[in-house]
Each structure stands twice: as structure tokens, then as C-alpha cells.
Ligand binder design. Structure first.
Ligand SMILES: [Zn+2]
Length: 223
């Protein structure tokens, strides 16, 4: 039986802070002190965030009319086994193909109800302006392939599962339209788990009727 190595837990989430990278055109993150211990006896902070700031979950309602919202995804879905697939040889800014995933998972089985995490290497360029509109994404066919594997969710360490210039958002629609959720902008700490299975814990904020929410994304290796 698999053993979870809790003492080796790793944080896969980006820091939420003023000036952090956001998807082009999205709300800039702002953290502003509204009270301080010196002046008011306590620290309080006003936080302004996009529902898709930093490492976050996309709920089906992000792209699907009448799709379920972030608060409607059962909380137990945010704790589960994940398979970490290395697709970093795909040139930055290109689409990940079915062949690429099939090749990489030949010896690394994708099981039903798995969370599939794709490591593109884009997370290592977090904050680099060149990456903003030129990140690696999932081709429509690859998204359909992952859905056909009956996985629970698809995660990626780049800004989006769709190409920046996409107007139809095929990968989002394919995945979210099948009732799965997406994890975007996973941190570069994912790299240490390439080719392995981990326990993933990624609960998003419980924002009512919302299309997505930032999450804390934690990896626990398995033996
Ligand atoms: Zn998103």
C-alpha cells in the first residue's frame, strides 16, 4: 500500500504579492495594510485579487454556461493522487500534443480519477515578461485525450491551458465542458516530482458562484 511521505511535503503555489505576474489584462494583485499594530493595535490588510491570481483552480463555469462554480466542486476532489508528466521538451509557446503525453506516460500510467500535472518549464520563467504571451499550452486533441482517460483534473505550470492567441479556448472548453477542473500557474517546485505519483492537496478559496479561485497547492511524495 502506498505510503505518503508527509515530512517531504513541498509547496507548489506561487506567492501572492504586489507586482506579481498576472495574466495580461487581468486584475493586478494588491495587498495594502489598512491597520497596523503601532497605530491601531492590530494588523489588517485589504486584498484585491483576480479569481485567477497566482496558482489557481478554474471551475467549469469559467467557460461553460451553467457549469458548476468553484464552491460547487466537492472539497474531496481537491485531495487526490496526481501523476507528474514532464513535457518540458515541448518548445516554449507551443501546444502539447497527444503523442507527447502518450510517449511520456508509456511507463507512467494515467489512472482513472488521477489529477494529471504537466510540467512545461514555463514556471521557471515566472515573472519573465517574454513568457506573458508566449507560454506552453495544451492542444485541443491532447485535452480530449486527457478527458478520455477519465481523469479528475488537469494541471499545468504555465499561465493557461490555451494558447494566448486562442479565441475559441478549445482546451478549456474540452476539459471544463467534461466536468473536470483545471489547475493553472503551478510553481516550478513541481519539477522535483517529474515522472512520479504524488498526493496533491489544492483547496481553493470558497468563493460563492465564482469561476475560479486561488489555491494552495501542496505535493506529498509517495513511496
Ligand atoms: Zn484560470
Amino acid at each position: 500500500m502506498a505510503k505518503y511521505l508527509f515530512e517531504q511535503l513541498a509547496d507548489l503555489s506561487h506567492e501572492l504579492d504586489n507586482g506579481m505576474p498576472t495574466y495580461p489584462g487581468d486584475t493586478p494583485t494588491s495587498l495594502e495594510a489598512t491597520s497596523t499594530i503601532t497605530k491601531d493595535g492590530m494588523n489588517l490588510t485589504k486584498v484585491i485579487l483576480s479569481s485567477h491570481a497566482g496558482t489557481h483552480i478554474d471551475a467549469p463555469s469559467h467557460f461553460i454556461e451553467n457549469g458548476i462554480t468553484i464552491d460547487q466542486i466537492p472539497a474531496r476532489f481537491f485531495v487526490g493522487e496526481a501523476v507528474v508528466v514532464d513535457v518540458s521538451n515541448v518548445p516554449t509557446g507551443s501546444g502539447i500534443s497527444v503523442d507527447e503525453i502518450a510517449e511520456k506516460t508509456r511507463q507512467q500510467e494515467i489512472r482513472r480519477d488521477d489529477i494529471v500535472l504537466l510540467f512545461t518549464g514555463c514556471s521557471e520563467l515566472w515573472g519573465n515578461p517574454q513568457l506573458e504571451k508566449n507560454f506552453t499550452f495544451i492542444s485541443e486533441a491532447a485535452a480530449r485525450y486527457l478527458v478520455s482517460k477519465q481523469v479528475r483534473a488537469v494541471g499545468i505550470d504555465s499561465f493557461s491551458v490555451d494558447c494566448f492567441t486562442s479565441t475559441n479556448f478549445e482546451a478549456h472548453k474540452e476539459i471544463l465542458g467534461s466536468g473536470l477542473f483545471i489547475i493553472e500557474s503551478i510553481g516550478s517546485t513541481l519539477k522535483q516530482f517529474l515522472g512520479t505519483r504524488i498526493l496533491l492537496i489544492c483547496p481553493p478559496l470558497k468563493l460563492i458562484s465564482c469561476d475560479g479561485a486561488p489555491c494552495r497547492c501542496l505535493a506529498i511524495p509517495m513511496s
